[in-house]
Ligand binder design. Structure first.
Ligand SMILES: C[S@@+](CC[C@H](N)C(=O)[O-])C[C@H]1O[C@@H](n2cnc3c(N)ncnc32)[C@H](O)[C@@H]1O
Length: 169
């Protein structure tokens, strides 16, 4: 199960395992664009942003308690505060190389976020869906499976509780 984990040099905590953090980092192009839906303290995204200083990281979160996020912030990070249902429709289509889905963990929220972000993904972009298969969040796996079937995506890899999805060829 995903645990709250502190990362050296960052405040608050990351919800990812070390393997997840590195597997996602490996899929971020040097000059890529990353969208994180659900960022909380921003420790995970700040870790990636530090290691990909020429990539751009946009996070969305509805919480207004953003003080830890601001403390973790790097120059190549931006935060849009609001519900994903409001924010995703105003982002530029086909811009993002990687979309990390980690906001609402029930079936409907996860479905809305996948559907709301699918047009934001670059043609060869990848979704990273967090808590896929985690016993506490069965809705995430169900939502992902149904989304893949309907939108013609496939799960290409799973690292701990993160599933990576690509468009089926
Ligand atoms: C699991 S935490 C994100 C963890 C973070 N990605 C990390 O790696 O540490 C989930 C976050 O999603 C946010 N959230 C939940 N539902 C949301 C929604 N519909 N729109 C925007 N943010 C949402 C919560 O406020 C919370 O901060």
């Amino acid at each position: 199960m995903t645990k709250h984990r502190t990362l050296d040099g960052y405040v608050g905590y990351s919800m990812t395992t070390e393997r997840e953090l590195e597997a996602i980092l490996a899929r971020i192009p040097t000059r890529g664009y990353v969208l994180e839906i659900g960022t909380h303290h921003g420790a995970s995204v700040a870790y990636w942003a530090a290691r990909r200083p020429t990539a751009v990281f946009v996070s969305v979160d509805r919480t207004t308690n953003t003080s830890n996020w601001q403390r973790n912030r790097r120059a190549n990070m931006a935060l849009l505060v609001g519900d994903s249902s409001l924010v995703l429709p105003v982002l530029r289509p086909a811009l993002f190389d990687l979309v990390f889905v980690d906001a609402g963990h029930n079936y409907l929220d996860c479905t809305f976020d996948l559907q709301g972000a699918v047009d934001l993904l670059a043609p060869d972009g990848v979704f990273a869906v967090h808590d896929y298969g985690a016993p506490k969040y069965p809705g995430v796996k169900t939502a992902t499976g149904r989304f893949c079937e309907a939108a013609k995506f496939v799960v290409v890899e799973q690292v701990d509780w993160t599933a990576f999805l690509r468009r089926a060829v």
